[in-house]
Design a protein around this ligand. Sequence first.
Ligand code: CMC
Length: 433
Amino acid sequence: MTDRKATLTFKDKQHNSYSASFPIYSGTLGYDVIDVSSLGKEGIYTIDAGFHATAACKSSITYIDGGKGTLLYRGYPIDQLVEKADFTDIGYLLLHGELPNKTQKSDFLGLILDHMNLHEQMSCFFSGFRRDAHPMAIMVGVVGAMSAFYHDSLDIKNPDHRNLCAIRLIAKMPTIAAMSHKYSIGEPFMHPRHDMGYAENFLHMMFGTPYDESAPDPVLVRAMDRIFTLHADHEQNASTTTVRAAGSTGANPFACISAGIGALWGPAHGGANEACLRMLMEIGDEKNIPEFIARAKDKNDPFRLMGFGHRVYKNYDPRATVMRRTCHEVLDAVGRHDDPLIKLAMSLEKIALEDDYFIEKKLYPNVDFYSGITLNAMGIPTSMFTVIFALARTTGWISQWTEMVQDPNAHLVRPRQLYIGKDKRDVPPAEEW
Ligand code: CMC
């Protein structure tokens, strides 16, 4: 309840004046919100196509302060979480609200490892794809197809079903991701192992073969775990909003997460890590950087510096700070500090950070700038970058979906529009079309 109100006065098309009041609510942190849901009764709507000033839901999972460059999962700052917790802890925290104690953690990890394998019959789905299919396309398809397979957990009103779906999704994403890669290079699928953790299992399934004992480098395992942690959730971004919108219709979680994967794919969102690496390859040489910086600043050129800028962060992306450190740890571990692509990325970062255009518009490197370079140094193919983002973000998506399904005040997402088409008209005889 609130006693604060915002009053809106407006004129209709006949210039009659109206006034209406709306309640103002405060959250724990961040901006207050004006609840305009009753505005339609006054015969007028609001429009905010990019959701620049529209809160789409109430949530207690993740908080971002874009001005200060703060990211909190369930209240805990991301820089503390990456030091003190691993991705299993993060999955539990996002889903259940608190960090797990020792028993809760080992039970949660045990459950995930039990569900990590894909049913052998599901592996047949992969052979329906062309060898050169993008792994994101495979992932959208296979995750959506899980609803054709796991019929025993599709009652979204049943908390046990919801939990089983969440575990299945978190557990099987690394397997599906690695299988997409193995399929594209023609190597046999690898099974997950019970003696390895989450990130280690992913690297084992990506790079191991049945003919070689797989032992992922601990530095790379730690880096992978951090990449997962940093990408686990990010409040109401485009893909999470897609998951919630799909979920608001009562669709099953596999279908909703598949929709989220599709939304993540675009270069303005999760596809930026792949686009960033491709951009670095296109720049090719440090001497070409000024030309690309000039293109990024040119209003008549659609080119943007990928891996720079963010809708919410108008300060350094806190994920990028951790990712930058992790990137250097990986470069040390694999001995690639002198790699021309890495040197090019570091020069580009320096030049852009000192350029007036980027300073004035508060365009800092975002998480995707460093994650692309790090994944490249780890030997991960560029086409897998966004798949890895999707794998990690699944914990956030399913936590947000669960929160929404449990919210008694959640509504079907159904926006209105400002119609700018033709006025009502009669269909003329066909010969006049
Ligand atoms: N390079 C050059 N100019 C840029 C860039 C960029 N990367 N990003 C924003 N601008 C300019 C833009 O042209 C605009 O200029 P003006 O005010 O003169 O019209 C101004 O900055 C504001 O940009 P905007 O597009 O209105 O801002 P937005 O909040 O809609 O865009 C963004 C955010 C992430 C889509 C954009 O910064 C961008 O396209 N960045 C490159 C793609 C990228 O790295 N995406 C990953 C985001 S982080 C991962 C995630 O969380 O999804």
